[in-house]
Design a protein around this ligand. Structure first.
Ligand code: ADP
Ligand code: MG
Ligand code: ZN
Length: 491
């Protein structure tokens, strides 16, 4: 997981004497069929400006009609984040920008549909408060051509695509409860799993269906008052999120330590240079002149409808983790628990739970899922629970060595074939235990000194002997069988 060497916060010693404070605003595109206020398709990757109409272009005389499915998915998100779902109203947020054909964005300002929720982080066990999760419409996309890395500065001309304009979003605003870049990463990872599990969003950061704005401030350890924050816009990967927070916190600490002040600003993250740069400060902030949207009535979801929506939410990540931890005596920390968190985060828990229900050894199923299967997630649909179970059983019964089992799983993911067929085609015949006995005896004879030490109780030498037998058998002998033969030879 920790593939970034970049800092997080006071606690890990990178910024000694300081604490980072982070609050995140996460924009998530809803998986609806159509846009928020019109019948245009909500789809990614179409030809530019092919999914547009008078409503999402804001042409005079057009009127919005709220998309019921969008409201339903927004409520799913609210319920999944333990929010109170209540009456809400839409406002117009007025500003001019070429990717905003209407010159205003319809959003929920004073009263959001979902308020006051929380989520619990599985590893740090931290409870992060959710201030609100409101509905709004997405903007279009502009593309700046001929300049530096797609930025407007120095561009020769700009193109605009309104396919995204009017796609329903839910913006999830956390309280400033996060205390390091790592916690922010854990929060987004968990939030993403919840959004996917509740079937409200596909959660694809790489396609822009999940975009994060990070509010970052720093304060001296022990000080209660928050520092002045900066907001870093549009982080679209976990890696950028971690790096941007680390950079921004170090920048702010350096400013304060040199006697200067942090200015409240909106900042841009430059991925190539690894720095944040100022976009606009508080004084230059837009005055959005919010006012209630006159063309839409308030949303008042009935208690019955909310109850019905709740009954359709599938198993959420916390329950999914519980389902797996119950297979391991309710483990709540340590390497097995970490693997459980990974399995649920990657959507592999159905596979593991299914295999265990069919008799697979739990630890082995979990390990193979979070390593071998996880390394080829793109082919997950090629692996049925039955085939996975069979591979795990062949390994735990000693018909495949660990090395062989890993290779077999890799091929199964590529071809969709079952474990037996793959093992056969690779020439992985089960190695007879009498053959293994022969190999063990051969190794004992060629290493008399090591054998004497092992026989007189130096248990750590078992690894040496297993290794030698593995070499002779070219990885085909089963480690467990080798170990048990070794022990029986010693007594
Ligand atoms: P605004 O209305 O200007 O966007 P909010 O109060 O709604 O301001 O806060 C926006 C986000 O900023 C929230 O996610 C919140 O947690 C976060 N935030 C507020 N104050 C701080 C701070 N001092 N340091 C870090 N994050 C903060
Ligand atoms: Mg904000
Ligand atoms: Zn439209």
């Amino acid at each position: 997981m920790a593939d970034d060497a970049v800092s997080s916060g006071g606690a890990d010693g990178v910024l000694p004497g300081w604490e980072i404070v982070v609050g995140l605003e996460v924009h998530c595109e809803l998986k609806t069929r159509t846009k928020l206020f019109c019948g245009c398709a909500n789809s990614f990757g179409q030809e530019p400006n092919t999914s547009i109409c008078p409503v999402c272009l804001g042409l005079p005389g057009s009127l919005p009609v709220i998309n019921k499915q969008a409201v339903e998915l927004a409520i799913r998100i609210g319920l999944s984040l333990n929010c109170t779902v209540d009456k809400s109203i839409f406002h117009r947020k007025n500003y001019f920008y070429p990717d905003m054909p209407k010159d205003y964005q319809v959003s929920q300002y004073e009263k959001a549909i979902n308020e006051n929720g929380f989520l619990e982080l599985p590893l740090s066990k931290k409870v992060v408060r959710i201030e609100r999760a409101h509905i709004e419409e997405d903007t279009g996309k502009s593309m700046h051509v001929g300049g530096d890395g797609g930025r407007i500065h120095g561009a020769v001309h700009s193109l605009v695509d309104y396919n995204r304009a009017g796609i329903p979003l839910v913006e999830i605003v956390s309280a400033p409860d996060l205390r390091s870049a790592e916690e922010a990463r854990e929060y987004v990872t968990e939030l993403r799993s919840i959004l996917v599990a509740s079937a409200a969003s596909d959660g694809k950061m790489e396609e822009g269906s999940l975009r994060v704005d990070a509010n970052v401030s720093v304060r001296r350890l022990g000080v209660e008052e928050f520092g002045t924050r900066c907001e870093i816009k549009n982080l679209n990967s976990l890696r950028s999120l971690v790096r941007a927070i680390g950079y921004e916190a170090r920048r702010q600490v350096a400013l304060i330590e040199s006697g200067e002040k942090v200015v409240q600003q909106t900042r841009h993250w430059n991925e190539d240079q690894g720095v944040t740069t100022a976009m606009r400060s508080k004084e230059e902030a837009y005055d959005y002149r919010y006012f209630p949207e006159p063309d839409l009535v308030p949303l008042e979801p009935s208690a019955e409808w909310v109850t019905e929506i709740r009954s359709h939410i599938g198993l959420l990540p916390a329950s999914r983790r519980e389902r797996l931890t119950s297979l391991f005596n309710g483990v709540s920390s340590g390497p097995v628990y970490d693997q459980i968190v990974t399995a649920v985060g990657l959507g592999l828990d159905d596979l593991v739970a299914g295999a265990v229900a069919k008799g697979a050894e739990p630890r082995l199923a979990l390990a193979r899922a979070t390593n071998e299967v996880a390394s080829d997630l793109g082919n997950l649909e090629m692996l049925t629970v039955d085939n996975f179970t069979e591979a795990i059983r062949m390994e735990s019964e000693g018909k495949l060595s660990a090395t062989q089992a890993k290779t077999v799983l890799g091929k199964m993911l590529e071809s969709g074939a079952n474990a037996r067929e793959v093992a056969k085609s690779l020439g992985f015949e089960a190695m007879d235990s009498t053959v293994i006995e022969g190999l063990v005896d051969q190794v004992i004879r060629s290493s008399p000194k090591e054998w004497e030490r092992f026989s007189s109780g130096e248990d750590q030498l078992a690894g040496f002997f297993v290794g030698q037998v593995m070499k002779l058998s070219k990885g085909k002998a089963d480690g467990k069988i080798v170990t048990s033969i070794l022990r029986s030879r010693r007594s």
